[in-house]
Design a protein around this ligand. Structure first.
Ligand SMILES: [Zn+2]
Length: 59
């Protein structure tokens, strides 16, 4: 039988993800992304920051 289980957003099991700390290109806010995120929204200015931009602005 197939049991459908809801995805747990905060559970990281066996995934090789590393956090990246960077600055928002828009406002300079310090952000933390994980290497499996493709983009996040800056909580300060609302700008979408892609993983590529984050890597380029690493702290
Ligand atoms: Zn920002």
């Amino acid at each position: 039988m197939n049991e459908e289980r809801p995805l747990k957003g905060c559970a990281v099991e066996g995934r090789n993800v590393s956090p990246i700390t960077c600055r928002c290109p828009g406002c300079g806010e310090e952000l933390e992304m994980f290497s499996d995120d493709s983009k996040i929204t800056c909580p300060k200015c609302g700008r979408e920051v892609t993983i590529e931009e984050c890597r380029a602005n690493r702290i």
